[in-house]
Design a binder for this molecule. Sequence first.
Ligand SMILES: *[C@@H]1O[C@H](CO)[C@@H](O)[C@H](O)[C@H]1NC(C)=O
Ligand SMILES: *[C@@H]1O[C@H](CO)[C@@H](O)[C@H](O)[C@H]1NC(C)=O
Length: 372
Amino acid sequence: MCFYCHIFLSYPIMGFLVDAADQVVLNLQDEVQQTWKPGDNIVVASTDYSMHQAEEFTLLPCPRCTSRQVRIQGKPRYNHVGEILDGVDMRAEVALLSRNILVYGEMENSCYGDNLCQFFNHDTYGGHIKIFRNFSSVHLSHVELKNMGQQREMGSYPLHFHMCGDVDQRGGYREPTYVDGLSIHHSFSRCLTIHATNGLLVKNTIGYDTLGHCFFLEDGIEQRNTFYHNLGLLTQPGTLLPTDRNETLCTSIRDKVYKGYTPSPSTECKAVSTFWIANPNNNLISNVAAGSQDAGIWFVFHSSSTGDSHGLVPETKAELTPLGIFYNNRVHSNFKVFLVFLVLLTLFFNTDLQICLFLLLCFIKKRENPSL
Ligand SMILES: *[C@@H]1O[C@H](CO)[C@@H](O)[C@H](O)[C@H]1NC(C)=O
Ligand SMILES: *[C@@H]1O[C@H](CO)[C@@H](O)[C@H](O)[C@H]1NC(C)=O
């Protein structure tokens, strides 16, 4: 993955839209020649307000490229800024999507059966990987997860650490459990879910094009997890939780909503976030949230744990817990807000998940400049 990459066109240098297809060369900040090969796919993040300006390209052979350049097939449809403007680093993130090891869901050509076809015109029933507690070791490295996750089935995500407890030294694991260098893309339910699991290390991982919160902490008791140098983009609305839902989904789906309660789209839905951090005691270092329908990074501090954890574990008092490390994160191209800190004061329970968002402690509106 290459963050903060310049984008540069070989010729003609007339903005970014060139007539000559297959002649576009990207100038990157990092050396990629050893690992990025012709035929591989990359994604270039939006540098505008709309997350939908993220674009995928296939790499072409380029004998004349330097180790920091790649040639792409076709030509970009949008401008992607490749400069530091007025001291603000506006350069688009560029990420490799291809990996040698590919795990993918087998998809149908269209939506079918009871897969929420009233909302989605494509198949949203992909594969999923679920990790349960008491494993002896889990270390996933440089795996591509494509067409994974299921919109219909709660708990079926591209990668799901399901109630694993402490997966670091505290749980008796010699080295922390980690995922490193994963490429999770074209998913149908989240990217990576950490549920009642503590001490997981998630690094160098891409979550691109998914439905619902992408990097997701579930119940509010998840602690000591570290997100380091991950990139999430094109985080689209999903159906599972009210916070995942857009206006249409909010008013038409009543699942997970307190009985008889009518959610208000503007305050109880429309919160889909690339990083959904449900407990302050987690570390976010050098991550990029580069495009979500609603928010880039959302800290939500439950006053009481939710879901399966409710009543089963000692309360962690999230709203009184100090924040972990929060350093060098970048957020841009999010439609609504870039960073939110929120305390859930009132919780409504319906078997396992809560719905309501109330007290806004600090609601930071998007600034004029989308990269701030
Ligand atoms: C909300 O998302 C669904 C599913 O993608 C879509 O069908 C619907 O048109 C969206 N509604 C709005 C208001 O964007
Ligand atoms: C995990 O191990 C503990 C201790 O040996 C045991 O009590 C528990 O039932 C196990 N859990 C699962 C899900 O296997």
